[in-house]
Design a protein around this ligand. Structure first.
Ligand SMILES: *Cc1c(COP(=O)(O)O)cnc(C)c1O
Length: 416
């Protein structure tokens, strides 16, 4: 039994302090990592800390105006237990497929507060959305007659918002999803015509959805995108068949992954949104303002844990060969949208802060050099059986990875 008081992990990155450490061992949900591994019954696994999820939502509520509705974009982490927890903490769930819709409904999310975005919605998915009573963020005029037919057949309203592809980009985002030619949303130039079709087909118009991009750490560019999105919606309001009831201003809030990255400053975003809430109370009094976040809610609450199976030295370089890698955690390997590969924050979870250190690479078991979790990092000296921990792993982890590749065992996910 270790009785030394918990200490914060020495920051490999300025802000990597969300998990406590006791006697050199990482604590997850108050539990020693080795005990958690025993409870899970295998490595590799993902663990998500529910207290960190709660903390993050509370922190956002404090920083942003009360009138702003928070939606969880569940594609960031669709584990049913996580979606269930988030459904009870936020104001709505954004889904991107009928598969996600099922998870959200099963989790108890209120259909009135679910919205469904995504290009290439199949007819059956649109019909499922109407039957469930959720809001469809229309991304193509093709969806409109399908929704109208489902509405007529089922005798239910088809609730729609129009996802607008704006004429601006979210500056400084890791992934741009609006502005220029895009497969997402409807070009702003085409929106008036689409709205005429919405009215003609008798669809229940609710408002607009804008989503400019992802993984942005610059508060200024997020504020700018939110302001421009608001003003675009205001301009488009005159073409709307009914007053706006819903305006989704997108999200894109990023988390720090790499050395030198600064945590997103919420204060200016809160101030900016307060201005927009005040304007909206005059300019679109019936509209609810929504922001939708995936990564920001869940990313920092999760870790990936894999065990060292072999320790090899090749021409002077140390390799910690682990029982999982790219197959479970494509993002950390650098193959999910990174242009230049950088290391996620990594430590040896049972030797945190160890003073005996070396430069080592942590690799997975796959027969490809892409299977790299840590490339020549300064780490505590690790032995076979030790636990390699990848932080910032709560978003775009298991579900965004090619698990069957090479036929290794599936990863287990737990909410603790
Ligand atoms: C992916 C996505 C999100 C979530 O993005 P994060 O960067 O994880 O916050 C939100 N909205 C839409 C429409 C998306 O496609």
């Amino acid at each position: 039994m270790n009785t030394s008081p918990p200490q914060r992990i020495p920051p490999a990155h300025a802000d990597m302090t969300q998990f406590d450490v006791s006697g050199g061992e990482l604590l997850v949900g108050g539990k020693r990592l080795a005990v958690l591994a025993a409870q899970v019954g295998q490595t590799p696994f993902y663990a998500y800390d529910r207290s960190l999820l709660r903390l993050r939502v509370a922190e956002l509520r404090r920083a942003l105006p009360q009138a702003i509705k928070l939606h969880y974009a569940m594609k960031a982490n669709p584990l049913p237990a996580v979606v269930g927890l988030m459904a009870g903490l936020v104001d709505g769930i954004d889904v991107a497929s009928a598969g996600e819709l099922k998870v959200a409904l099963d989790a108890g999310a209120a259909p009135a507060e679910i919205s469904f975005a995504g290009p290439g919605k199949r007819d059956v998915e649109l019909r499922q959305a109407v039957a469930a009573g959720v809001l469809v963020n229309v991304e193509s005029a093709r969806e409109l007659p399908v929704l109208a037919a489902a509405s007529q057949e089922l005798g239910l309203p088809a609730r729609v918002a129009v996802r607008v592809n704006p004429d601006f980009e979210l500056k400084g985002s890791g992934m741009k999803m609006g502005g220029g030619p895009k497969q997402f949303g409807i070009d702003v130039e085409q929106v008036p015509d689409v709205l005429r079709q919405v009215a003609r087909l008798g669809l229940a118009f609710e408002g607009y959805h804008l989503f400019a991009g992802s993984q942005n750490l610059k508060a200024d560019s997020i504020c700018e995108a939110q302001l421009k999105s608001y003003e675009l919606a205001l301009r488009l309001a005159e073409f709307a068949p009914t007053p706006l009831r819903f305006l989704n201003l997108g999200g894109g809030f990023g988390i720090p992954y790499f050395p030198g990255e600064q945590r997103l400053d919420l204060a200016p975003i809160g101030t900016n949104l307060a201005t927009l809430v005040e304007r909206a109370s005059r300019e679109m009094p019936q509209a609810q303002l929504v922001i939708e976040l995936g990564r920001y809610f869940v990313g920092e609450a999760g870790i990936y844990v894999t065990r060292v199976v072999d320790r090899k030295v090749s021409r002077g370089q140390v390799f910690l060969v682990c029982d999982g890698g790219l197959n479970h955690h494509l993002s950390a390997s650098g193959n999910f949208g990174q242009v230049v590969r950088k290391n996620y924050p990594v430590t040896i979870g049972n030797r945190v802060g160890g003073t005996l250190r070396e430069t080592a690479s942590a690799v997975g078991p796959l027969c490809t050099p892409l299977d790299l979790l840590a490339d020549r990092m300064d780490l505590p000296v690790a032995q076979i059986g030790d636990l390699v921990v990848v932080f910032q792993s709560g978003a775009y982890g298991a579900s965004a990875s090619p698990q069957p590749f090479l036929g290794h065992p599936a990863v287990v996910e737990v909410l603790v």
